[in-house]
Design a protein around this ligand. Sequence first.
Ligand code: HEC
Length: 112
Amino acid sequence: MMKMILSLAAGTILSSAAFAADAKRGQELFIKAGCYQCHGTVGQGANTGPRLGPDPLALESFISFVRNAASTNMPPYSAKILSDAEMADIHTYLASVPKPPARKDIPLLNNK
Ligand code: HEC
């Protein structure tokens, strides 16, 4: 019985992973694949790579850019390194990063 419940639970987790991109998994992949080294730990951008979130390129363009980045200063990542599903997880993660506060809401930048 216990075995059956466990396999049912595992099936549910696997099937939902196949359909829904997962921001938490995307965050892990963003670190593991080294994206953070050039784009900042939360994709906020740095002098080594542009900001990627919270408004990433549309998913198709995002994947296409990462696969074909060879002509830029970014290394290309083939589907062997990051599958389309993993790219979708990274994309979901980047879209979930909170927006920075507006300049007017930062007292130090407004002499308040
Ligand atoms: C060695 C540094 C480096 C690494 C590692 C890196 N990038 Fe980049 N990335 C760049 C640079 C530099 C650019 C700007 C390229 C250009 O336009 O010439 C860029 C551009 C991009 C763009 C296009 C952004 C836009 O708005 O046009 C995306 C998307 C992107 N990177 C995603 C990723 C992802 C996802 C990873 C990890 C799988 C990653 N990058 C790893 C350096 C890097």
